[in-house]
Design a protein around this ligand. Structure first.
Ligand code: VGL
Ligand code: ZN
Length: 198
């Protein structure tokens, strides 16, 4: 079964020192680089927001990072400004072996809609194009790693399972944010969707 490795959001802003740093985010890079060699296709995702994105707390008067708001597509966590297009924070973590990537999928560029998943924006209906790409490449099985376990990895893995891919999340090669128990909830969501947590 041709296997695709999806590396989620290994960017400076999600690593220590970044605007939305995930604890230990930098410590999974070496392991990710190693497993890139075993995949039939390697896809990197890149969170890629315009300045003033609607998921930023700074875009909503009186709101602070990690507050929740209602968006037309559902509840949305408000984040510190992060992964702004063209900034150093949006670049891949320098040690990531980006030369091994076949494809880079950018997401979150629509100013009005956030996009955690590698497959769909948070409205759950606007596709990123990744499914079509994987199908054209003949990829029938997925492995996922990266940041953050409870947001972008979770949404990507659940969408992949719903699209019919057998999908394995390598827990040791992911790190989470854990907002109000979001980490445990994400593990449950993934298991319920049929994702293998290895
Ligand atoms: C992510 C929050 C906002 C992630 C991206 O990569 O998990 N989390 N944008
Ligand atoms: Zn983001």
């Amino acid at each position: 079964m041709p296997k695709g490795l999806i590396v989620i959001d290994m960017q400076n802003d999600f690593c220590p020192g970044g605007a939305l740093a995930v604890e230990g985010g930098d410590r999974i890079v070496a392991g990710i680089n190693t497993i890139m060699q075993d995949a039939s296709a390697v896809v990197l995702t890149q969170d890629w927001h315009p300045a003033g994105h609607s998921s930023f707390a700074s875009s909503h008067e009186g709101k602070a990072p990690f507050d929740m708001i209602g968006m037309p597509y559902g509840p949305q966590v408000l984040w510190p400004d992060h992964c702004v297009q063209g900034t150093r924070g949006a670049e891949f973590y320098p040690d990531l072996a980006t030369d091994h990537a076949d494809m880079i999928v950018r997401k979150g560029f629509n100013p009005a809609v956030d996009s955690y998943s590698a497959f769909y924006e948070n409205d759950h209906e606007t596709p990123t194009g990744l499914h079509g790409y994987l199908r054209s490449r003949g990829i029938t099985e997925l492995v996922m790693v990266g940041l953050a376990t409870d947001f972008c990895v979770n949404y990507s893995a659940v969408d992949a399972a719903r699209l019919g891919y057998p999908v394995t999340v390598l827990r040791d090669l992911c790190r989470g944010i854990d907002l109000d128990g979001s980490f445990e909830l994400a593990l449950k969501d993934m298991r319920d969707a049929g994702v293998t947590l290895a």
